[in-house]
Design a protein. Structure first.
Length: 464
């Protein structure tokens, strides 16, 4: 079993402690007994939750926030080199640790499952965390989003299994040595860090190569990038490869997916036996995530029928087709989708759930670099909606790129036949949607930025 707290992490200071990945590691360390401190740009429920675990959380970034006795400073790739706390760490000779190294140290000595892929990581990791907890295995987990049930993105458990979302965006997933690796899909994204698909394949090959001898790769049998990766790693003699999907050659074959409103019933063929279970979110991509989770748990030796039943207890993740509420007979749902493949999958899922109702989308592009490379495909995806509102680009960690605006997406959407309304003032969106929505409509707020904040405001405006 892993030590309670790695010695280098006894008094960690997190810069950007409120972030999804950073806060999860901070929570686990606090639960293990570390003296956790950190800072974030703004107050949040996450910051308060960390304080309730005993952590010291400062709002704003300042050199004086870093205690002189800090054992290390933990950063993510989003932290800029001129951050005052990072500069202070250099002055005090405090070691700087990347988030992925901190997470890897927490996984040491445990049976770990690392969930990778361009999309679907958070959902699949969450399904495993819920199912393993339901089975009484008390896993530890670190997820890039909050579970709808337990309401947390991370937990230190007393069991021997650790489930972690493995981020490929900055190659940090190469730091892990999992017993089971899941690869859901491999696509071109994160253009600031990858110049080509070959670079992405190389990165995923390195990740798969870190699976411990005798370990298992669970990988899609359908998605072209995953199929290509499978061919590239087939010769790793110490690796067991388990494929899943619709393909007739899949080791775990998806036999049937039956939509049931905002849920699905999934039947798989595993070891020559049919197994049927429920997935609490609509759409075939979420059903496939559940099958990947099932295959990974079986690879650890958990009986398939027990695991399938436990996956049915999963109730969703915040921002993954999360129902925010209903007003004036209009449902408002929130989606984290920001890559065209994710957008298409969620829009198709909601299209199926909407039946004869209209689907209205409020889309906020995420990152200038992603819009530059994939803006046309984003616009084409929006053609699946009955009408869309498109906001300005959410910059996150990036500086603007000259000439790259939401107009790129809007033009592509209109060329694909979409009904699109550009809105530059986010605060005006509730009024715009109230003027568009009719009883029975579904409204989907979509994007990885702060578009999620609009759900409650839209509901309030519809109520009035």
């Amino acid at each position: 079993m892993a030590p309670a707290v790695p010695s280098a992490m006894e008094r960690p200071h997190f810069i950007g402690i409120g972030g999804a990945g950073m806060s999860g590691i901070a929570k686990i360390l606090a639960q293990r007994g570390a003296k956790v401190a950190g800072s974030d740009a703004k107050e949040s429920a996450t910051a308060q939750a960390l304080r309730e675990l005993g952590a010291t959380v400062h709002i704003g970034h300042a050199a004086e926030h870093l205690a002189s006795d800090a054992s290390c400073v933990v950063v993510s790739s989003a932290i800029r080199a001129d951050n005052p706390e990072l500069a202070r760490a250099a002055e005090l000779s405090v070691p700087v640790v990347h988030r992925s190294d901190a997470l890897a140290s927490l996984m040491t000595g445990l049976r770990s499952i690392a969930v990778a892929g361009t999309h679907g990581k958070t959902t699949t990791t969450s399904m495993l965390a819920v199912a393993l907890t339901e089975l009484g295995l008390d896993p530890s987990y670190a997820i890039g989003g909050d579970l709808a049930g337990p309401g947390t993105n991370a937990r230190h458990g007393e069991g021997e299994i650790f489930v972690a979302e493995a981020d490929e965006s900055d190659r940090s997933f190469q730091k892990y040595d999992p017993e089971v690796a899941i690869v859901l899909n491999v696509e071109l994204d994160h253009h600031a860090n990858y110049a080509s698909m070959d670079e992405i394949y190389d990165s995923f090959e390195t990740f798969v190569g870190k699976v411990v001898p005798g370990g298992t790769l669970v990988i899609s049998a359908d998605q072209p990038g995953a199929v290509e990766l499978t061919q590239r790693v087939r010769d790793l003699s110490t690796l067991k490869v388990v494929t899943y999907g619709d393909s007739a050659t899949a080791d775990v074959r998806v036999h049937k997916i039956t939509p049931r409103g905002l849920t699905s019933e999934v039947t798989v063929l595993l070891d020559n036996r049919f197994l049927t279970f429920t997935v609490s979110v609509p759409g075939s991509h979420y059903a496939h995530n559940a099958v990947a989770a099932l295959a990974a748990g079986v690879a650890l030796g958990i009986p398939a029928h027990n695991l399938a039943s436990a996956i049915g207890k999963y109730t969703g993740v915040k921002r993954r087709l999360q129902l925010k509420g209903e007003a004036a007979d209009v449902q408002v749902i929130d989606s984290y989708a920001h890559h065209p493949t994710e957008m298409t999958a969620d829009l198709e899922a909601m299209r199926g759930a909407a039946a004869d109702s209209r689907l209205l989308v409020v889309f906020q592009p995420h990152l200038f670099s992603r819009t530059q490379e994939l803006g046309t495909e984003m616009g084409q995806a929006l053609a699946l909606a009955d009408a869309s509102v498109v906001l300005d680009i959410y910059p996150a960690r990036e500086d603007p790129i000259p000439g790259i605006t939401s107009a790129l997406i809007i033009d592509a959407a209109r060329a694909a036949g979409a009904d699109v309304t550009p809105v530059h003032d986010k605060a005006a969106v509730p009024d715009v949607i109230a003027g568009m929505a009719k009883p029975g409509d579904l409204v989907l707020t979509m994007g990885a930025g702060d578009v999620t904040d609009l759900g409650p405001a839209i509901l309030a405006r519809l109520s009035n």
